[in-house]
Design a protein around this ligand. Sequence first.
Ligand code: ACO
Length: 387
Amino acid sequence: MEKLIPGLEGVPIMESQVGFIDGQKGILEYRGIPIEVLAESSTYEEVAYLLLWGKLPNREEMAKFDHDLRTHRRVKYRIIDLMKCLPETGHPMDALQAAVAALGMFYPAKIDPAEIQPGTDVLARDKHYWSIIRLIAKLPTIVAAFERMRHGDEPVRPRDDLSHAANFLWMLTEQDPDPLDARILDVCLILHAEHTMNASTFSGLVVGSTLADPYTLVASAIGALTGPLHGGANEQALRMFREIGTVENVRPYIEAKLKAKARIMGVGHRVYKVKDPRAYVLQGLAEHLFRVKGEHPLYRVAQEVERVINEHVGAKGIASNVDFYSGVVYDQLGIPIDLFTPVFAIARVAGWLAHWVEQMKNNRLFRPDQIYTGQHNLPYVRMEQRT
Ligand code: ACO
């Protein structure tokens, strides 16, 4: 008898060397390096290189990769035109998904099955290398352009003298970014760049396994990331803190939700049974930012939510995840609430593509099975005889 494993919980779907999680001990590593070390010492650009190539770059490798990213930030005016046709009330994640899907139509990206053999390194092929560069470089431009245009403003041209994170803040506001804000965002991007076989990475790999091009892969991964059980939770967590409003309201609010078996956003995780290591780093960042710029009005609400959750369901292994504190940090950086998940996508694109590079070395079409529970050999009943 076949055994159904709902949600593929605990089922490995491929071998990987990109990221590692120990959900009991609260460990996350990218290519073997602990996330806390990368958050302290690295940059998003270097982490993207590490994820893709599996090693830290030397000075020349870093300079070339960084240069290629900086010089591919602009998007074609037709992509801007396309986004102008989207409703400004639409969610920026949907606009991002549409724009990324369209992006692949402008560049050579299609894959001939003969190109992909066991051991194929797509990073060593120009066509695929440039797809990877364009995707990482252009996602922030697309998100910032949609944000500007939905308020009736022209998109701000990307600058190639700024880092990935600083340039994104520049394109959002047309103000020179504060160095502390840029570094905080840089660390947030590092923290969100990769997370093993989650729903969006898996969606991307399902598409990648058909030998669809990487733009299509990233567009499908963005679609999976929109959901409130995955990347969409960061936005929902801040909305919940706003709804609660005061520290006094936390306990009755959370207890009522738990009693009603409702989900509390920003807590719980399929793999982590302790507090997510990224939540610790984000909380540290939040506190650093608040010391310099003043405390976020909802930070104490968030801390109280964490306390009450811990008291009631901590023993069940439900603790804060990455989405719990990211909202208060982004809000303090002036990033609009519905851009939180797009910011997640801007970071995660490196992880999605690192998994694609690995997959193309040893691809196998995903074609799982099902357990059929329907009927067989039923008669076709004519319309006039149906009740
Ligand atoms: N709030 C309240 N109870 C929860 C929560 C939560 N956020 N998460 C899990 N539980 C409870 C469930 O009700 C269930 O209780 P029961 O055993 O009494 O029925 C138990 O914990 C196990 O829940 P499952 O749904 O089986 O756990 P699963 O592994 O599917 O949950 C998930 C993972 C979907 C992330 C869940 O924790 C959740 O919905 N969290 C809120 C959304 C969120 O923050 N998502 C972001 C995750 S991180 C990321 O994707 C970037």
